[in-house]
Design a binder for this molecule. Structure first.
Ligand SMILES: Cc1cc2nc3c(=O)[nH]c(=O)nc-3n(C[C@H](O)[C@H](O)[C@H](O)COP(=O)(O)OP(=O)(O)OC[C@H]3O[C@@H](n4cnc5c(N)ncnc54)[C@H](O)[C@@H]3O)c2cc1C
Length: 502
């Protein structure tokens, strides 16, 4: 077996799906009997939708989103008000069309995981539920793992080239590897309940209310709609509450003293934490999702980054197991994903303080970055898997697309085969060359690369080159290398970024 994946959450299923897209079958083991039954992470950002479009599931995810979706996010004393701050008002998502042709979706994790699982299977993955990865060892040639079938009690030893730890925030794999974490630690512990009630007089169908209310335990909480009409989840400060007290807390949160409430589930407890793993790889084991990064849910990056981790790791794993890249390509996983994880965890912490815990605000609070698009599209992957240019300042973020190596390839509308498409839609299946000059097409083709000969100066300007230049784009839409003109060493660049010996 080439790749074994522990965990069938968003990150594990995404890794399996994108490995399948690149022609590499994998085995996913999941200790639970099914995918998540809890809606958890809701919402897919446009860059996540670009990746899902590549895998052919964007429409399925859109179809799983509530129709005519509009979302309202406010900070308020209760659902009935007063409102202290409007974060998103009856909006389907901020306008990011300057960066992508992909839009927003709003499916819940409960609905997205089965879609990813189905697609991963279509692309050759096997998924075994009720199966735990019990232990593993690694040597120079691969990983040996003991799988425990929780339904039958049987144990089986399997061998894989690589192991992906997509096993969530507790990550037994990370623990076994002795990988530490750094961050702000536990920020709070809360209790939750799910209930049904008619809140239509105070809330639109899809809403999230960050509650700042001294009547609630801990003085704050959250109230969020679910996919089911009239069904909501509430979270407040930690405590053991009777059903009567939960009904009282729901009424305080709703701001409706005589609200009729049907409790469906009570007593769940969650920690709000903030940390990033010290390293994302150890030998032949690579970690993704909550296994490497846990942050407050304020901002909805947890689910999106989990999906994108799989997208960013899978092409590298696939190229290495297929012999198209050297194993050192995988050394880029930590330097590319860890700095971004630290950045985004800090951004989510700032949201958390602003929305839920203003008492924690101090001078050390990291400001939210501007423009708004930067956390989505303006981050760079800086590692040996890109050819940085002389004088590159190695900045992690850039406010506007530049086309420089390490940054996301700019979205430009171009004509290809008589069709107008975004440049982003040209990428994903392998390394791709964009150029306005035939000799670069010939050179790319000789290397087995896909090349597009593009008309007009717009795309070249967006990529910071002339039409006689060329740009090499990785399968994850990031620029690997560019040359401004007819000169440059494309074979050398490809060899360098794929860590190839020849
Ligand atoms: C109540 C709640 C609400 C949330 N709300 C949001 C939100 O609104 N927005 C947002 O972006 N994020 C939210 N999150 C966070 C989001 O759900 C996570 O970031 C996301 O699920 C991470 O996906 P993952 O695949 O990395 O981990 P998980 O989804 O945790 O999946 C890990 C899987 O690994 C399995 N596993 C663990 N160990 C083993 C083993 N040894 N063998 C086999 N299987 C194993 C587990 O059973 C689990 O299914 C929320 C989380 C919770 C709990």
């Amino acid at each position: 077996m080439r790749v074994l994946i522990a965990g069938a959450g968003l990150s594990g299923l995404s890794t399996a799906m994108f490995l399948g897209l690149h022609g590499v079958p994998s085995l996913v083991v999941e200790r639970h009997a099914t995918t998540s039954l809890h809606p958890k992470a809701r919402g897919q950002f446009p860059h996540t939708m670009e990746a899902l479009r590549l895998a052919g599931v964007d429409r399925r995810v859109l179809a799983a989103s509530p129709p005519d979706f509009q979302f309202r996010i406010v900070i308020a004393r209760s659902a009935a008000g007063p409102v202290f701050n409007e974060i998103l008002v009856d909006d389907a998502g901020p306008d990011l069309t300057a960066f992508s042709t992909a839009g927003w979706a709003n499916a819940s994790q409960e609905r997205v995981e089965p879609i990813l699982a189905e697609r991963a299977r279509e692309l050759g993955a096997r998924i075994r539920f009720s199966t735990e990865l019990e232990s593993f060892t690694q040597d120079a040639d691969g990983v040996t793992a003991v799988l425990h079938d929780l339904a039958t009690g049987e144990r089986e030893t399997v061998r894989a080239d690589y192991l992906v730890g997509a096993d969530g925030h507790r990550s037994p794999i990370r623990e076994a590897l002795g990988i530490g974490q750094a961050g702000r630690g536990v920020l709070g512990t809360g209790s939750g309940a799910i209930f049904e009630a008619d809140l239509s007089a105070v809330l639109p169908p899809n809403a999230l209310v960050y509650l700042q209310n001294p009547e609630l335990p801990g003085g704050s909480g959250a109230l969020v709609s679910t996919d089911e009409p009239s069904r909501y989840a509430i979270g407040v400060g930690l405590g053991e509450y009777s059903d009567e007290r939960w009904i009282e807390l729901v009424r305080i949160a709703a701001g409706i003293p005589d609200l009729a409430v049907t409790l469906l589930q009570t007593g769940t407890s969650t920690d709000t934490k903030h940390w990033v793993a010290d390293t994302f790889s150890s030998g032949r084991v690579h970690l993704v999702g909550d296994a490497v990064r846990v942050m407050p849910p304020t901002g909805a990056f947890g689910g999106n980054t989990a999906i994108l981790d799989g997208f960013y790791l899978a092409w590298k794993l696939a190229m290495v197991v297929k012999g198209e890249a050297g194993p050192a390509l995988l050394d880029s996983h930590t330097p590319e994903r860890r700095p971004y994880s630290e950045f985004i965890a800090e951004q989510q912490y700032t949201f958390f303080v602003q929305r839920m815990r203003p008492d924690l605000a101090d001078a050390a609070l990291t400001p939210l970055v501007e423009p708004f698009s930067m956390p989505f599209f303006g981050y760079r992957h800086l590692s040996d898997a890109v050819v940085l240019e002389p004088g590159d300042d190695r900045a992690l973020l850039e406010p506007e697309p530049t086309g420089r190596p390490g940054s996301r390839a700019p979205h430009v509308l171009v004509r290809v085969d008589g069709r107008e498409v975004s440049t982003i839609e040209l990428f994903g299946r392998g390394f791709v060359v964009l150029t306005g000059a035939q000799h670069w097409v010939d050179e790319a083709s000789a290397l087995g690369l896909t090349a597009h000969l593009l008309d007009g100066p717009e795309w070249a300007k967006a990529y910071g080159i002339t039409e006689s230049g060329a740009v090499l784009v990785r399968p994850d839409f990031f620029v690997a290398w560019r040359t401004p003109d007819a000169t440059g060493d494309l074979p050398g660049a490809l060899k360098s970024v794929t860590a190839s010996a020849s």
